[in-house]
Write a protein that binds this ligand. Structure first.
Ligand code: GLP
Length: 240
């Protein structure tokens, strides 16, 4: 694992955007794996600004997302479909037919997980998978004790994750379940870029950096992957 320590959120976002963008410049039809949550928003903003300024095209890029809530429609303002459309797909001009997320409203969720896993397989290797990290060390929505070999599956969100995301659902019912790529699915990516910002991530980041793979902290699965870069700011590293 390569660890890059940066001063703050802005520096993390600038650097992450450069890494994603240089991937697209070298492989214009790359399959990119995207994450949601608060952490990558600055990266996506920077990516959009750079694309405009440097006339970069994302037209041929194909995307997969880590996860989606169960029981809310794609049009729901807090769905990950809406998040991606707003922050990434529309501003970068990625063709809708090339954007893939699990369907959290599918009638048969088990079949939907199988379908999504196949979609990822058929796209070929994910060139670069962007990840955030939960306060409990989750990646995607893979909560503690998820097997490192897991494929796309339905999860019941833990109390820690529900609390961390409660502010997005102040006036509407908060989903309790999600569909997530498995840890095994994530580990198949050629390259992984994990972003961590803020003091609330310090414990999870510290455990990850200890370098011992342990299913109690899902992010530690990354220790077994040959090409992982972590960009963490000083507060996430406990340096400030
Ligand atoms: C969410 C998402 C993850 C994300 C993590 C951290 O629940 N499912 O993909 O990385 O939790 O979120 P944030 O970046 O808002 O701290």
């Amino acid at each position: 694992m390569k660890v890059i320590a940066v001063e703050d959120y802005e520096e993390m976002s600038r650097l992450a955007a450069e890494i994603i963008q240089s991937k697209v410049q070298s492989v214009p039809n790359a399959v990119l794996g995207f994450a949601t949550g608060g952490t990558p928003i600055g990266t996506y903003k920077q990516l959009v600004a750079n694309a405009k300024e440097r006339h970069l095209s994302f037209r041929m890029v194909r995307t997969v997302n880590l996860d989606e809530y169960v029981g809310i429609s794609a049009e729901h303002p807090e769905s990950y479909h809406s998040y991606m459309k707003k922050h990434v797909f529309e501003p970068l001009g990625i063709l809708p037919e090339n954007c893939h997320l699990p369907d959290g409203e599918a009638e048969d969720l088990v079949l939907e997980c199988e379908r999504y896993e196949k979609v990822i397989e058929q796209l070929g290797e994910v060139e670069l998978q962007v990840l955030g990290i939960g306060q409990n060390g989750h990646i995607g929505f893979n909560e503690p004790m998820t097997p490192f070999s897991s494929k796309t599956h339905v999860v019941e969100l833990t109390a820690s994750t529900l609390t961390a995301n409660a502010s997005y659902f102040l006036n509407v019912k908060q989903p309790t379940h999600a569909i997530t790529m498995g840890i095994g699915t994530i580990l198949k990516s050629r390259e992984i870029l994990l972003l961590a910002s803020g003091e609330s991530k310090r414990l999870a980041v510290n455990i990850l950096l200890e370098g011992k793979a342990d299913e109690k902290v899902p992010a530690t699965a990354l220790i077994t992957h040959p090409n992982v870069t972590i960009i963490a700011d000083y507060p996430a590293l406990g340096l400030k």
